[in-house]
Design a protein around this ligand. Sequence first.
Ligand code: ME8
Length: 645
Amino acid sequence: MEKFYITTPIYYVNDVPHIGHAYATIAADAAARFHRLAGRDVYFATGTDEHGLNIERVARAHGVAPQAWADRISTAFRDLWAGLHIAYDGYIRTTEPRHERVVQAIFTRLHEQGDIYKGTYEGWYCASCESFYSEAELGEDRTCAVHTGRPVEWNAEPCYLFRLSRYQDWIQSHIERHPGFIEPEAQRNEVLSFVRSGLRDISVSRSTFKWGVPLPFDPDQVAYVWIDALINYITVIGYGDDLEQFRRFWPADVHLVGRDILRFHAVIWPIVLHAAGLEPPRQVFATGFLTFGGQKFSKSLGIILDPVAVSRELAEASGAEPAVAVDALRYFLLREVPFGADGDFNQPALIGRFNADLANDYGNLLNRTLPLVARQFGGVLPTPGPAEGTDAALADLARAVVAAVGEHVGRLNFSQALAEVWRLLGAANKYIDEEAPWSAIKQGRTDRAGTILYNTLEALRIATIVLSPVMPVATQRVWEQLGIEQPLEDQRLEDARRWGSLSPGLRVRTGNPIFPRIDTRPRPVAAATAGEGGDPVSEITIEEFKRLDVRIGEVTAAERVPGTDKLVKLSVDIGDEARTLVAGIATHYQTADLIGRRIVVLANLQPRKVRGVESRGMLLAATWGDDEVAILTVDGAPPVGSRIS
Ligand code: ME8
């Protein structure tokens, strides 16, 4: 049996996970599930990176020991993965004894063969990146270019160095001879030019703090956190304690990594492996970065989108089962942004996809077909008659789509793979519209109506199998309504390839909509103003408009006003001063999600006391429906205090 070994980065335990971490993990999970569906022997590994200066400092700042801190955050990661339907085969924590033993074994070997030698290393260090930078790579005023504004520290200490330079020619020719080794192409070119510009030996141990794996040949030194972390990929499959399993899965087929950590994976890691006599991974694939409203996720800016909160809001807005909403988020992340490119996460796009793709194209196809089977055929799937009209074309398309999905997922091209499934769903919707079983029934051609319904459900069965890696729970709900006896998890890609596998005679189970549509219709303006007892909107002069001081502000703090359902107290920087505003947005926005957002403020509104809090100005928002609110935001990044005219 062909094997497939895929990994995510192991995440630092400096902070709780956000949607950026979830992105790489969901993608790896979908790929792993798809390869299982294709009948491969799959190992999917993830975990947490728990050593290093930064984590030691963060733990200390919280007044706990590093191990206790790591335990806490590592649990938060595993809880999140359970909530997001992540089915990993192995979870590794770098503080586990099995891993520390492997790290020590690799260091010993490299030291004994002279690849690691004692020396000193000097350079600028960013503790958040756990990485050295040259002067030229730094941002303004000696700050980290990745962690904007964060000062780097000068680091000079006795340490061990690794002879990266010795392997320069080897890695260069390896990358050149294996075009698929680094993906996407643009990232490969970037790494290649970095390698061609020359590799310096790197520091691989630290002596100024203790939170790491002690070197066996010099206990005053701990292993550099990056080398420690990279080695996880061999520990987790059994390098130290299950050689048989290790041999079955190594080399990794794909290391999924963020672009920020590509060089570690595509240059340093393959060299360490090569020096240790092991094969390099087959591919390192760099994912793009997700932003929120154009801004980086960042704890200090308060932009830490929690994927569970996002899917909970989606469940509340739609009435979908919470686990189905989680799957909708998984779908959205993989569909919306071409894998490997950067993308922006925003709620309107999520709702748009939920309504158009899931509620309409997928869910509604089921909802319009099953009741007809129930009404006309007593809920029992009829035996199809001879092919007529566009029947054969639908079957051909289904076969082509399944083949294309396999190819796209093989290249981690999730958005294209999903677009293919929607090509099938689109065709099935068109098919039922054009073949019109309801007309066949009216004409007394009940058999023909039965055939059309059979074919439509067959297209749905096939789409549901190939969608199951992306939406494992939602597809299960569809499967239950289809009434197929064999469990969805026992299906293989083979079953999706075979048109006509749906068994006549099975009893469908019409149920509630799995993806209930979210109502986004705005209320007409006239009705809205009349409803609020105001006058219809009348014209004003430009001079009247100019009396309004409307500006860009940035939310610096947000908290609920106690004893109210809707009110939030915001501290807002409007350029030359800080203001307190009270806004009725608590049912639509989490306070944590508001911090750091650029908003539009009417600054010269008379102050007003609301529930004991003086509100000086007004946050501008669109309102519609019974209780819908959306904060106004601006394009680009105008500075705080900019006037709106
Ligand atoms: O770098 N968009 O861990 P880390 C997309 N421990 N992906 C994002 C993201 C975003 N906004 N933010 C984070 C480390 N990621 C090391 C890795 S591996 C041997 C050691 C994802 O917690 C992305 O995949 O900083 C990135 O590479 C990873 O999280 C880094 O997580």
